[in-house]
Ligand binder design. Sequence first.
Ligand SMILES: [Zn+2]
Length: 534
Amino acid sequence: MPIQENTLVNAAVHAGLIEASALANLKMQARRQQLPLLELLCKNGRYPQTALYRAVAENRGLAFYEREDIKVVTRYLDALNAQILLKRLFIPVQVGEQLIALTADPDDKLAVDTVQRTLNKPATLALANPLLIEALLRDHYGEHRNQFNAVSIFDEIMKESYLRQATDLHFEALESGMQLRMRVDGRLQHYDRPINKALAESLMSRIKVLAGLDIAEQNMAQDGGFAYAIEDWEDLAPIELRVATLPTRFGERATLRILGQGTANLTLSQLGLPSHLLQPMQEAIHRPYGIVLVTGPTGSGKSTTLYASLRELDAARLNIMTVEDPIEQVIEGISQVQVADKVSFSKALRSFLRHDPDVMLVGEIRDGETAETAVRAAMTGHMVLSTLHTNNAVSAINRLIDIGCPSYLIASTLLGVLAQRLLRRICQHCRYSYTATTHDLELLEISDPDLQLHRGKGCSHCMGSGYSGRVGVYETLWMDKQLEQLIHQGASEQAMKQYAQEADKLQTLWKDARQKVLEGITTLEEASTLYQTS
Ligand SMILES: [Zn+2]
């Protein structure tokens, strides 16, 4: 049965999702803004409603499950009455070998009794988000009563993506309807809404209309963008989105990228760059000319670092020009250009040279033409910042050579390379320490048998993942005479790496990650993904 609002609010207070003292004020605001108290609670704390249900489970000492944790067993569902399950919102599922009566109401004894009696097996009560339970039931019974229209469900989705601080939204066409997932801290999470074929189609139309795409065209990939203001949440700035659609086997899918989510206004020193890496980076970008590269795979936080670098510069005294795809953050006092059909990275860069620039940012160096224009600009007395898709700092040099940039130009203009990744931060609310295993100690090259490492247990603040937010880990390579010489000679990546390591010029990703494990910022599990690449 539906859970009482009070139960959810009390659990939220108990879990520390909201201060008890802030409650009265929040209730007043809810009345004034005519918003449901629970919605305002989540909006102010910026967490999804699932957090409240998880808090109830924590409070009552019950297990809480997400879609990934459970198995829906057809013969269990067929044995029960669909109408009763849908009306009372509970579902028998399997977790491991256990039979679970999954419900949103911690006091729903009837759910356990019904499941036990019908299936003639002992069952345990556990909690889940009621939306998940409903989605599972409707999926199984193929009964898609649509209580949403496309406009309101899109608004709901945008609210949820704000609360979860998602960076990408996936609308994926299925045979029976549509699945929604959101990328949060680099991983995809389900967003459970029963969406049938008809609603999926109107939802796609809604997105295409908003993004200025052709709604009649369903057999071609399209892309566009828009700014979305959430209804009823007027105090929130509109959310900037980039949209791409693609025809797939069961219909069109759309991917919405949310720009500038949560990283706007960060400065270099707030990124988690260790101080011995921060200082040379700051010095480099303040040099009058040369080129500084930031490398890493997609989603490793490169543009956040570049924006933070630009913010360090004095836009009042310098002419700063950028060409980007897309423009993710708007910075006051600089000229930002969006890449388009007629404006490529290299074309824009060549035009910039006629506008008396001091600093130029090229969103990405993908081809030889852009690379050469960039290094030539650096050669003629400009500061150039850009990114490259390479795994580490040293390989950036060889990548430039591979795409056709003359090595003597690289040697004389490159100031340095910063490579980076994002690792998940341990949730501060459920962090616990444990004694490192022998294997851990070997990996960390530490002999102290009492060494304490940290993990997150999983709580309502972190949706049970044990992680909340991410932290950058970095490696840098700054040029010196010897390296310039090596580039000139066309030395191999291995030779350059060996020199850099011997001369102690290479602070590797793993070294930084290891340090952040020892400081209890991230887990060894997260960091160890970088062990091989160092
Ligand atoms: Zn937590």
